[in-house]
Design a protein around this ligand. Structure first.
Ligand code: ADP
Length: 517
């Protein structure tokens, strides 16, 4: 802005110099006339005025009067009326303005009695009025009429009546002398040689102009660019603020579990308001479909629980019969096994459904986590040790770690991790269960030297129903729900889970709780 102002003031200053030059020269036109046949430069002709030097030239370009500014010897510019031109002398730039002065208006005074021409003047006149009076008028005691006087004057200058335009013909009674006739006319005929008035004024030195440009370019332009970019950025920031708010709201909803949150743009722009409304509509529908999916899972699980229990009870009853043939027994055992897996699946889905309804349905209280871990690990250890794989479970549990938890949920978490470690362990392998507390952080680690998890599978195993090891059927109790449940239980207790694993070497799952004292 500043640089624009400087350039603008620089230009307006130039304009001002040129206007002064033109005015000074044109004002001087009135200061030159021909008096009784001789060129007369009057006293009010200003040779220097407002920095303008005025010089009078004859029609051949010779100086009649006036001089160039100091330091200028001559100006090699041909005369050109009415245009400001630039001229450089040394390191100084000048403006030059010429005007051609024609002597087109003549004024004569004639003795009304004798017809003697008393005086004559010629000057430049841009305009002419028409003669209005009566040429036949005579002064008192005169023999000559105004018309006679006019003819005398024309004869004197060698002009015809049709070569002139009469402006004035009047009688002047001066009392002390004879009455005088005054005749004024205009003519295009050249009676006297034209003269030129040339005005010269300094427009400022070249180096000053250059300096000004350099100052603008080097100092003010970068400042201007910087200021524009700062202002531009702040305007853009302000304009993007509502979008930023929207994006923050969306990412908050994304990272949190609360789909009932809504976005706000905090702006009155109708387009943004429409965007806000559409986003919230979308969230509304999303929330509804999640809710109904949750409801469906919960309802379906509840509905399936009774028939599965009946199937199991019927299987047990039939299997207890002594008269059953081998084929039927095998078929019934098969059904029972599948029904058991189904029961487990229903159980887990109901757990999820309950957990999604929040903490209120559970019994959170300070419990001994060490004891719970020990008990769960002990239960699995005896099964694992006696199974075909002979997996050994080693425990390293810090004593007396009390934690505010739902013991049922926490037992499931520990059981899921240890049983996975056993399930995906190698024959004669090991599982290490470690529980420790360091200041406000409780860490439960379940480590194995089993098959490990590939890098591709590692992020996916937390999704419901994802099973990296597809070879195993759901009949093994593998539903792909164990780890998602571990994650959800950990989060319900304010914790999080981590995994370090290498395919073929083993895995370590850690559950980390922050304890607020
Ligand atoms: P699943 O019922 O199939 O065990 P989980 O959710 O408990 O379901 O585990 C998901 C998948 O993660 C499993 O199918 C298995 O491929 C892999 N996984 C879980 N724990 C381990 C482990 N300790 N070692 C190797 N792979 C494991």
């Amino acid at each position: 802005m500043l640089s624009v102002t400087i350039v603008a003031s620089f230009m307006s200053q130039r304009y001002h110099v040129q206007q002064t030059l033109i005015k000074s020269v044109e004002r001087n036109i009135d200061g030159i006339e021909i008096e009784n046949g001789l060129l007369d430069i009057e006293r009010d002709f200003a040779y220097t005025n407002d920095g303008v030097y005025s010089i009078v030239f004859n029609k051949n370009g010779k100086i009649i009067s006036g001089e160039y500014p100091d330091g200028v010897e001559k100006i090699d510019l041909s005369f050109d009326s009415g245009n400001v031109r630039k001229y450089k002398s040394g390191s100084v730039n000048y403006f030059v303005y010429d005007t051609l002065l024609k002597f087109n208006k003549f004024e004569y005074r004639i003795d009304s009695k004798t017809g003697e021409i008393l005086s004559s003047e010629a000057e430049f006149s841009p305009t002419a009025t028409d003669f209005q009076g009566d040429l036949d008028t005579k002064a008192k005691d005169s023999t000559l009429s105004l018309r006679d006087a006019f003819r005398l004057v024309l004869k004197e200058t060698g002009l015809n009546e049709n070569e002139v335009h009469l402006v004035t013909a009047q009688i002047h009674d001066y009392h002390y002398n004879n009455t005088v006739y005054e005749i004024e006319y205009l003519t295009d005929k050249s009676i006297y040689d034209d003269v030129w008035i040339r005005g010269v004024s300094a427009s400022g030195s070249e180096s000053n102009e250059w300096n000004a440009i350099v100052i603008v370019a080097v100092i003010f332009l970068p400042i201007f660019i910087l200021m524009s970019s700062v202002i531009g950025t702040s305007i853009a920031k302000r304009a993007y603020k509502p979008i930023e708010n929207l994006s923050l709201s969306v990412s908050r909803i994304n990272t949190g579990d609360d789909l009932s949150e809504r976005v706000t743009v905090e702006d009155s722009d109708p387009v943004l308001r429409q965007l806000e409304e559409n986003c919230n509509l979308m969230l509304e529908r999303l929330q509804q479909s999640f809710e109904s999916e949750k409801q469906f899972t919960s309802d379906a699980s509840h509905e399936l629980r009774t028939p599965v229990t009946v199937i199991l009870a019927e299987c047990d009853y039939q299997l207890g019969r002594n008269d059953l043939d081998d084929e039927s027994r095998e078929a019934l055992s098969d059904i029972r096994e599948k029904a058991l897996a189904m029961k487990e699946l229903i159980q887990q889905l109901l757990y999820f459904a309950r957990m999604e309804q929040g903490k209120a349905l559970f019994d959170f209280a300070p419990n001994d986590l060490t004891e719970l871990t020990d008990a769960v690990a002990g239960d699995i250890a005896s099964i694992a040790q006696n199974s075909e794989k002979h997996i050994k479970i080693h425990t390293d549990l810090e004593k007396g770690i009390i934690f505010n938890m739902d013991a049922g949920l926490m037992a499931r978490l520990i059981e899921n991790l240890i049983s996975n470690a056993v399930r995906y362990g190698n024959p004669d392998g090991n599982v290490w269960v470690k529980l420790s507390k360091d200041r406000n952080v409780i860490t439960l680690s379940v480590k194995d030297d089993g098959i490990g998890i590939s890098k591709e599978d590692a992020p996916k195993i937390w999704q419901r129903f994802y099973r990296a090891d597809k070879a195993r059927g759901s009949g093994d109790g593998c539903q792909g729900l164990g780890l998602p449940m571990v994650k959800q239980i950990a989060e319900m207790h304010g914790g999080h889970v981590t995994l370090e694993s290498e395919e073929g070497k083993g895995s370590e799952f850690k559950v980390i709780f922050d304890v607020k004292e």
